[in-house]
Ligand binder design. Structure first.
Ligand code: HEC
Length: 149
């Protein structure tokens, strides 16, 4: 006989899977918020201004992809691998200011200073604040991940 009970195990399995997925997606975000302290200068407004520049005037997204996800032209800025330093706000600011020469480049692809955009020093720092904000947690170990040529 098929009573209402026979449908329970399936419903419970579905709920367990749903609960598991929720934990798996939510916990890394919480961990990231808890462990990364913002350096001075990385304010909400700097991040917002930087984000607009990144996708607009500075056109970083043209090479680094929308939200810094990466493209053929340039590496992702969201993963844990930093090719040119420790991923600190200072490092990112300096890199954007000076760019990456062909000699320094890890893949023979240079990055023009300031992304070749007409942006001020303050705008460079804002865009760096945005890049810092989309980056991974666990800064300071990236040099160990540095790719070999
Ligand atoms: C013309 C394409 C281009 C533009 C525009 C550009 N970049 Fe880059 N960027 C690159 C390339 C290529 C690299 C990596 C060079 C290499 O090592 O091969 C890079 C590297 C970087 C890095 C270092 C990544 C790491 O892993 O260490 C940061 C940070 C960065 N860019 C931020 C920016 C920001 C912010 C902007 C906008 C102001 C910008 N870039 C505009 C091409 C570009």
């Amino acid at each position: 006989m098929k009573g209402p009970n026979s449908t329970w195990p399936r419903a419970q399995r579905v709920m367990l899977i749903a609960a598991g997925l929720t934990c798996a997606t939510v916990s890394p975000v919480l961990a990231q918020k808890a462990t990364r302290e913002r350096p001075p200068g990385v304010t909400d407004s700097a991040i917002a201004v930087g984000r607009a520049l990144f996708h607009g005037t500075a056109n970083c997204a043209g090479c680094h992809g929308v939200e810094g996800q990466g493209s053929e032209a340039a590496p992702a800025l969201t993963d844990a691998v930093w090719l040119h330093g420790d991923g600190s706000y200072e490092m990112i600011s300096k890199l954007v200011l000076h760019g990456v020469t062909r000699y320094e480049s890890t893949e023979g692809k240079p990055m023009p200073m300031r992304g070749w955009a007409p942006i001020s020093d303050d705008q460079v720092r804002a865009v760096a604040a945005y890049v810092w904000s989309i980056g991974p947690k666990g800064r300071g170990t990236a040099l160990e991940n540095r790719r070999k040529n």
